[in-house]
Design a protein around this ligand. Structure first.
Ligand code: SF4
Length: 366
């Protein structure tokens, strides 16, 4: 028996921001994808992420961007220009791709002096100690900038405490995703829970998720199952489409969630440990991962969840993702996995054609 459907009761972003500020904390509006949550938190800064957001009118950002810029950047810039992140004391823009890098440079010109913009560059491709050295230096530079903004520095003990808090939350997110087939939440609610990691303080996220994982888990759900791969499951209509067709997402290769399952790291030095953690996540297009590593990861996710298909749910004009698709397909086919590509705009409703294609995919898995 699956346990009874639980009503998901999450605090809203506005509530979380208001509580944090009432306690004297600062807030950072953070753009995708990889950044050191623990470093911000050690300085008393709560990261609240901006992925679009859905439904944003993009006119004010569109004026400054090329027409083929993705909706994460068009929406994110418009949201900021229209006052959507006014609660934030600083802006963080990781250099996930050329579009975000361009936006980071642009924001440095737009934003007033009271709200500084920090950029973070993650190493692309390669492996081993050189990447860790590079990111370690990058994080040291971010540390200095944060110290300037906040006016004080956290102790090594405070940094370690922040690392432990985020490591625990990451481990629980991994457990939540891998337990998906036994958790009786609808697709939309499950992803609301997963994505609350984007704005809840880690300790609050941990408490909420522990509540779901400590109750007895239900029996394995045997509905047709798919792996979803891409940046972010927005518009969330894609999840409704899968569920309404009788299917379920059991494997997550999304940049907002499954590609941010950071490991523990081992260095005694806090900044180096943060760098190790950030680089330990599953393969990601925006970090120049090997094509074969990404394809193998998708096959492994499908095998672990019992999925027979991969739905590549892409943000329109997302070059890093588009580059990989044709080259991963032979590995997916050899593993007996069907795959389809659906492109969407995070700021607009999901087109009917996309709904039909997602539902047709689920139908073929029966
Ligand atoms: S959707 Fe793709 S192109 Fe757009 S910001 Fe994300 S990684 Fe960059």
């Amino acid at each position: 028996m699956l346990r009874a459907v639980t009503k998901l009761n999450l605090p809203s972003r506005k509530e979380v921001a208001a509580d944090w500020k009432a306690d004297g904390g600062r807030i950072a509006a953070v753009y995708p994808i990889h950044y050191p949550r623990e470093l911000l938190r050690a300085f008393g800064v709560l990261p609240m992420e901006v992925w679009g957001p859905p439904g944003t009118r993009t006119a004010s950002g569109d004026r400054h961007l090329q027409a083929y810029t993705c909706s994460i950047v068009r929406g994110g810039l418009s949201f900021l220009l229209d006052g959507g992140v006014d609660v934030a004391d600083l802006i963080v823009v990781p250099h996930a791709c050329d579009s975000l890098q361009g936006m980071g440079s642009m924001l440095i010109d737009f934003v007033d002096e009271r709200r500084p913009v920090l950029t973070i560059y993650s190493p692309r491709g390669g492996s081993g100690v050189t990447r860790i050295d590079f990111l370690n230096r990058e994080l040291a530079a971010v540390f200095e900038k944060l110290a300037e903004i906040v006016g004080e520095q956290p102790s090594a003990a405070a940094l370690r405490e922040a690392i432990d808090r985020e490591t625990k939350a990451d481990a629980l997110l991994a457990q939540l995703l891998s337990s998906r087939r036994r958790i009786d939440l609808g697709e939309r609610d499950f992803y609301r829970l997963v994505r609350s990691r984007e704005y809840l303080p880690a300790e609050q996220f941990t408490r909420i998720v522990q509540g779901y994982l400590t109750e007895p888990l239900g029996e394995l759900d045997d509905r047709p199952a798919v792996v979803i791969s891409g940046l972010v499951p927005e518009p969330m209509g894609i999840l409704d489409a899968i569920e309404e067709a009788g299917g379920r997402v059991v494997g997550d290769d999304m940049a907002c969630s499954g590609r941010r399952l950071y490991g523990e790291g081992s260095s005694e030095d806090p900044l180096r440990r943060m760098a190790e953690r950030l680089l330990s996540a599953p393969p990601d297009s925006t970090r120049g991962a090997e094509i074969q590593a990404r394809a193998d990861h998708l096959v492994a996710l499908a095998a672990a969840g019992g999925a027979k298909a991969v739905l590549h749910f892409l943000v329109k004009f997302c070059e890093p993702e588009l580059f990989y698709l044709p080259q991963m397909r032979p590995t997916l086919e050899a593993a007996g996995l069907r795959s389809i590509v659906i492109e969407a705009d995070v700021c607009e409703p999901l087109p009917n054609q996309a709904v039909t294609r997602a539902q047709a995919l689920v139908e073929t898995l029966r």
